[in-house]
Write a protein that binds this ligand. Structure first.
Ligand code: GRF
Length: 185
């Protein structure tokens, strides 16, 4: 059994989708959720799925507390789902090739610091792109720069706004993220 930890900072719709997908899976379980935001809605979603969740303070990311928690819980793989903090180097080194992220655009375009949530969709629409999509990639020491695992596209049509693009992206995320995580087990 692969024990998966999710790192999340926000609403947690991807975290919940993963929790649901792996609830009775023969090979993997979501056994932990870690958040850097005490009041994030993801806590409520995880409670509904009985997934142990921990708020981790800024200093605890760096001082070994988080790494110890991951080791104590025998975590094998880390999935970032709307996680806004850079993963500390010690954790990246402890989990080589075992940390993945989902980004709501077609990297390498529209990535990097500050490119998250609605900022991404705003930038995509403003740039007059004819398509956008999601990127699932390995995590390294820079935001959104790790090796790409999979990308899925959707078209942008005249009249689309950041909001309509966001809902197209949401659909792709719900459909594909669990499938790709499963493929990596
Ligand atoms: C998703 O669009 C994800 O791709 C991005 O942040 C958003 C998180 O949404 N990195 P949620 O918290 O999973 O609802």
């Amino acid at each position: 059994m692969t024990n998966i930890a999710i790192f999340a900072s926000g609403s947690g719709s991807n975290a919940e989708n993963l929790a649901r997908h792996f609830e009775k899976h023969p090979k993997a379980r979501i056994t932990l959720m870690v958040s850097d935001r005490k009041d994030a809605f993801v806590f409520e979603r995880m409670r509904n799925h009985h997934i142990p969740s921990n708020y981790i303070r800024r200093e605890e990311f760096e001082n070994g507390t988080l790494l110890k928690l991951l080791k104590d819980q025998k975590i094998d793989m880390i999935v970032l789902a709307g996680f806004l903090k850079l993963v500390p180097e010690a954790i990246i080194n402890a989990y080589p090739g075992k940390i993945i992220n989902i980004h709501p655009a077609l990297l390498p375009k529209f990535g990097g610091k500050g490119m998250y949530g609605k900022h991404v969709h705003d930038a995509v629409v403003k740039a007059g792109e004819s398509k956008t999509g999601i990127t699932i990639h390995y995590v390294n020491n820079n935001f959104d720069e790790g090796e790409i695992i999979a990308q899925f596209e959707t078209t942008i049509i005249p009249g689309d706004t950041a909001d309509t693009v966001a809902s197209k992206i949401h659909e792709l995320e719900m459909k594909w993220f669990p499938v790709i995580v499963e493929r990596l087990l």
